[in-house]
Design a protein around this ligand. Structure first.
Ligand code: ZN
Length: 253
């Protein structure tokens, strides 16, 4: 079978034996693949160099049939995202991004938009932009790539314009006007500033979103809303988010 070329980001890595690893990689061209890479001469398996998680690499691999693991023959690093690895908060956000991607993707299910969201978010995270803000940007673009964008341009129930402080309904998938909000049992408080901030991110290309300014209150409200919205759709605990909360509680980040 012919060798396949792809660009991807490493989601998981397992040490197989002295010179082999199993890699789970989210590729632009094939979606998620898992394969064995052999003949890696590395006497220190805990430092896998090219094969560290969230490294972006250029791959050459052979696709196997009958649910066998693919054979990866080449994995050349394109970007290690070094600035991200030097900062515990950025590193945790990067782990959060790949954990979410890993949760929602199936093998060989291509989603180029999701791949771009991941690589552009990692790049933004390494650029010095606020890690928290990049977290929110990733979450919104991640939802968009999955076709789950929250509706923010008008009331998600009746379609009327949003002109004043309102609330967000996880179940309805967007912001509600005052009238619909009063009828909803579990509507989360949402200021007009938060609607506008999230809307601006939705309308901007990801690399340009870091210019969008946000106040502390709006940032916090956005974080709470997106956390609940993602929980509703993913419905599984996210380990890296728990770790991030611990870092915040202990005042480390
Ligand atoms: Zn309404």
């Amino acid at each position: 079978m012919a060798a396949q070329n792809a660009e991807g980001v490493i989601l998981r890595k397992y040490y197989l034996r002295e010179t082999s690893y199993i890699l789970v990689i989210f590729t632009r061209e094939f979606g998620k693949i898992r394969g064995v890479i052999k003949g890696v001469r590395n006497p220190y398996p805990q430092f896998a160099g090219n094969f560290e998680i969230f490294t972006q690499c250029q791959l050459l691999f052979y696709r196997k049939k009958n649910r066998q693991m693919d054979l990866i023959t080449q994995c050349e690093a394109l970007d290690f995202f070094l600035p991200v690895r030097k900062d515990i908060e950025r590193l945790t956000y990067a782990s959060y991004f790949i954990e979410l991607i890993d949760m929602v993707t199936s093998d060989y299910d291509v989603n180029e938009k999701l791949y771009r969201t991941l690589t552009e978010s990692l790049r933004l995270l390494g650029s010095g932009a606020s890690a928290k803000r990049v977290g929110r940007i990733f979450e919104l673009k991640f939802l968009e790539a999955l076709g789950l964008s929250p509706r923010l341009d008008e009331c998600a129930e009746c379609g009327s314009p949003i002109k004043e402080e309102s609330c967000f309904s996880v179940k309805s998938g967007g912001v509600l006007c005052r009238v619909c909000g009063r009828r909803s049992r579990s509507c989360l408080r949402m200021s007009l500033g938060t609607v506008n901030f999230m809307r601006k991110i939705q309308l901007s290309e990801l690399p340009k979103t870091s210019r969008i300014k946000v106040s502390r209150d709006v940032g916090k409200e956005t974080e709470d809303i997106l956390k609940r919205f993602l929980q509703y759709h993913i419905n599984r605990p996210v380990k890296s988010l728990k770790f991030l909360r611990q870092l915040q509680d202990e005042g480390i980040v």
